[in-house]
Design a protein around this ligand. Sequence first.
Ligand code: G1P
Length: 271
Amino acid sequence: MIKQAIIPMAGMGTRLLPLTSVFAKELLPINGKPGIEYIIEECLDAGINEIIFIISKKKEIIKKYFYNDSFYKKIIKKKKNPRIIKEYKKILNYRKKIKFVYQNTPLGTGDAALKTQNKIKGKFFLMLLPDDLIIKKNCSKAMIKVHKKYKSSVMASMKVHRNTVNRWGIYSLNKNLDKNNFLISDVVEKPEINQAPSNNAVIGRYILPKNIFAKLKKLGSGKGGEIHITDAIRNLIKENSQFVGHKFKGKYLDCGTMDGYIESSFEIAKT
Ligand code: G1P
């Protein structure tokens, strides 16, 4: 059973400047709701009961968002506004499930994951990258089903335009398992177009085995000087750990770039 999820949030969000110069991108509203709430809802709906937020001292505002009790209590006492009461209750409910750990230097997704090592209890856990919103279908829920079926690690996959491969982790496919799932034989972080093994990209949903932490500890920095989860996954695959690529059904929204962020509000408004 997968009951824990981790969410790296210590990144600086430079792709969304100037919005992120004083604000955490995970709290930016998407159609009137902080992006991170969509991710929390996806987790809870998928049966996750503990979500570990990896933040940094510079992003304490994320913690404050969930712990602003005296503010809410004062307002509610004065105004007795049902909408505010409802929102406050929602936040109280979310925070029962959330734990915080710190990554004060943004050294990449792999380094972020490593900060949660002592908190992970089960053999597998879910990791979600909050820039990647997937709407209309719960991708995490579908991946947990695939994990149960194939008893393996799972990663979300989507075909991308060939000339954008150097923006993504890219899979080498071994063989198809069924219509929506394939065995992965390798994965490369942001390859150049002439070195990309396919145009099947990693999207930010991963079901990872606990033994990835041992691999992460030994890992040096990779592309762009960061420690990438992709490189640790690659090492696990080399040692015959089974990873399945799952072609998810929902609609992907890239909220980590300005164009994608703007578009995401429109797309969600349409649903
Ligand atoms: C990260 C991962 C990359 C993946 C992407 C999906 O990159 O490192 O493998 O394809 O998320 O959004 P980032 O977006 O942090 O550059």
